[in-house]
Design a protein around this ligand. Structure first.
Ligand code: NAI
Length: 692
């Protein structure tokens, strides 16, 4: 056997008439310029070697090429372009066999699809996840995959970015042969030798038409797919571009369609959506890192969890732990409240099981991990206790005072408070260093965000444990400091205030909602209030007819649950603008002496969003969030901020912080101190910098 180093990441060996091109670029063999050059050099050399009759392309380390090197995006390209490499391989007169282990993703799969054959070990996975970064595959993926799996499957795989396990990929026609886990290289070489012995041809995927031919001249296939996914794809460019590229694969000659795919890719890679989605990709990874807490900080083993309060939040929080296999004791004040809480959890699981997403035995296993109690003493041996009782400081202090005397030393005492001062709650115990905020979002079993609220005295191992446990229960944690509403709700309050001012000044709730929905939010502030219930925090005793919400509550229009709120609802809970609400607003505006005026959609958007960005800047300046990207992650995962807009802070940068500041100043002059710019915003603009 002879071996040549092509470069530092590619080696070519020859075993008889088979050349093995081995790539070794840890950690994931990403398609960097060096790797692409290494592959090109290796293929060129194997093609020039007259003794070589077939080539095996294989990777060292834990995976096949797991994707593009996304740090190269947005920078000038160097090295062999992937489309050229893919052509070189596909047009090779000698058969090329991809030997896949780990994951072949994105450009990695495009490389493999250009090979004449693909063999893979059973644990391998393949996929084209570009859409998740706001892109489409740009090196033939949208052209070759449909030729192997058919149009419908290709649409599903490429627009979802889903990964497929090798045995399934074999069934779909992506992988030619699944080979034993432990002998990929030998099996791939044997596969190549068999091909040579059989005198097999070197089929090019580009030449195949059997799977795409039947879809030709049938635009309805694509129209139906668009319609079926309209909700999921709303606002995103990339899924639509994937569909167009696949449509081109069916309708246009290969070379034309490949060019078209490339043009769509280049447009997306230069656009703001992909920039936003790539920002989110990195931001999510970064959010876990706490600068002053070393990776080796000891953590507290959490084998048993206690939850106080089986209401809206307590029940959902408990499900997270049961789902992760951790036993939970839930404490309520009365048996009926406990029974109600556990009953709702069971119904939740059963509804999931009815949809086929959970096995009946898993419902029982998870319910079996939950036990109820009426006395805090049942929590004595818990490692983590999460309080989710009423949002009232006196009650919370009372609970924490009692917990301090009951729960074992070394355990973490956490509060799910939305707004209250975690330091004040901690001061009700003799162990404030073991008190922390774990702010879940409703519904707590669904929403990804967990705000981990670090108190003034919270010990580092307690913070480290909270971050670790968040990961374990499948949440995305953002570490925040103590302030009113923490990061998410503090910024939300800005938007709510402006939304409520706008409807008195001239807009209607449905105007505000439409603008924010079209921006990409799942729903506008008034639809959201109707859903949550307008009477949260409202009381009959203290109501004073001074806000639209109060008047609505006084009229028993308390939101969807009463069939009316800001909107009217029909029996199917479909909303329509309400003449009643309109009259309430006009009357209240008149009573307050406000002269209504026409308000543009732009003003609605800027008034709702720029003060949030400004508040985010204050949060940063006060050190209540570690980095701007953490704020983005909170808004994407806790409030449905559209991923393709990257979060409020990233959006501010896309708009231009100078423009945001200028508008804030105009609003301040016209509308008062709600718009006072944050010092940090002024500073960054003066220095010509962004939040990073
Ligand atoms: P809830 O009213 O639905 O549930 C509170 C439960 O705690 C009730 O079942 C009550 O019986 C029980 N409880 C009260 N005092 C107790 C005590 N001393 N011992 C045992 N159980 C007791 O309230 P919800 O909505 O679940 O809120 C709980 C906490 O979570 C509040 O601090 C709230 O601010 C916070 N939160 C609420 C969110 C929401 O969307 N509902 C979102 C995030 C946080």
């Amino acid at each position: 056997m002879t071996t040549t180093d092509i470069n530092d990441v590619a080696k070519l060996s020859r075993l008889g008439d088979i050349a093995v091109l081995a790539l070794d670029s840890p950690p994931v063999n990403a398609l960097s310029a060096r790797l692409r050059d290494g592959i090109k050099g290796g293929i060129d050399q194997a093609l020039a070697d007259k003794d070589v009759r077939a080539i095996v392309l294989i990777c060292r380390g834990k995976t096949f090429v797991a994707g593009a090197d996304i740090t190269e995006f947005g920078k000038p390209r160097t090295g062999t372009p992937l489309p050229d490499l893919v052509d070189l391989i596909e047009n090779s007169p000698k058969a090329v066999v991809a030997a896949i282990h780990g994951t072949a993703l994105g450009g990695g799969l495009e490389l493999a699809l250009a090979c004449h054959y693909r063999v893979a070990v059973p644990s391998a996975k393949v996929g084209l996840p570009e859409v998740k970064l706001g892109l489409i595959p740009g090196s033939g993926g949208t052209q070759r995959l449909p030729r192997l799996v058919g149009v419908q499957k290709a649409l599903e795989l490429i627009t979802s970015g889903a990964q497929v396990a090798a045995p399934v990929a074999e069934g779909l026609g992506i992988v030619d042969k699944v080979v034993p886990e432990a002998s990929l290289e030998d099996a791939a070489i044997a596969f190549a030798r068999d091909l040579l012995a059989a005198g097999a041809s070197h089929p090019r995927v580009r030449d195949r038409d059997d799977k795409i031919g039947p879809a030709r001249g049938k635009p309805e296939i694509f129209a139906e797919f668009r319609k079926a996914n309209a909700r999921a794809f709303r606002g995103f460019l990339a899924p639509e571009y994937c569909i167009r590229a696949i449509e081109a694969a069916v309708e246009q000659p290969f070379d034309d369609a490949v060019k078209y795919e490339r043009s769509l890719f280049l447009e997306l890679v230069a656009g703001s959506q992909s920039a936003a989605q790539r920002h989110v990709f990195f931001a999510e990874r970064q959010a876990w890192k706490v600068p002053d807490i070393a990776d080796d900080t000891p953590t507290i083993p959490v084998a048993k969890v206690g939850i106080i309060g089986a209401g809206t939040m307590g029940g959902g929080i408990a499900m997270n732990f049961a789902n992760a296999g951790i036993p939970v004791t839930i404490v309520e004040m009365k048996q009926d409240a406990l029974d109600r809480g556990l009953g709702i959890i069971r119904r939740n699981y059963e509804a999931t099981a009815a949809k086929g997403r959970l096995k009946p035995e898993d419902v029982e296993r998870r319910m079996g991990l939950l036990s109820g109690a009426l006395d805090l003493s049942a929590l004595a041996d818990c490692d983590l206790v999460i309080e989710a009782v009423f949002e009232n400081m006196d009650i919370k202090k009372d609970v924490f005072g009692k917990l301090d005397g009951i729960v074992k030393q070394g355990a973490i005492l956490a509060t799910n408070t939305s707004y209250l001062d975690v330091d004040e709650i901690a001061a009700a115990t003799a162990r404030p260093d073991h008190v922390i905020g774990l702010h879940f979002f409703s519904p707590a079993n669904v929403m990804k965000l967990l705000e981990v609220v670090r108190g003034e005295k919270t010990a580092k191992p307690v913070v480290a444990t909270a971050m670790q446990i968040a990961r374990k229960i499948g949440k995305i944690a953002v570490l925040v400091g103590v302030c009113h509403g923490f990061v998410g709700n503090r910024m939300l309050a800005q938007r709510q205030r402006e939304a409520n001012k706008l409807i008195l000044e001239g807009a209607m709730p449905w105007d505000v909602d439409r603008v924010l929905y079209d921006f990409g939010m799942p729903m506008g502030p008034f639809a959201m209030s109707d859903l949550a219930g307008l009477d949260i925090g409202w009381s009959k005793e203290t109501t004073s007819s001074s806000t639209v919400r109060e008047i609505l509550c006084e009229m028993d229009r308390r939101g969807q649950k009463t069939g009316a709120g800001f909107y009217d609802y029909d029996e199917k809970r479909r909303a329509s603008p309400s003449p009643v609400t309109e009259k309430i607003i006009l009357d209240l505006a008149a009573r307050k002496g406000i002269t209504r005026r026409a308000i543009s959609d732009d003003e609605i958007l800027e008034r709702c969003i720029y003060p949030m960005i400004n508040e985010g800047a204050k949060i940063l300046e006060e050190g209540k969030a570690i980095r701007a990207s953490d704020i983005d992650i909170a808004w994407i995962n806790g409030y449905g901020w559209p991923v393709y807009r990257g979060g409020p802070m990233f959006y501010g940068e896309i708009v231009g912080l100078d423009k945001v500041l200028a508008r804030m100043k105009e609003f301040e002059a016209r509308l008062g101190p709600d718009f006072k710019p944050a010092a940090l915003l002024e500073k960054l603009v003066a220095e010509g910098r962004g939040f990073k």
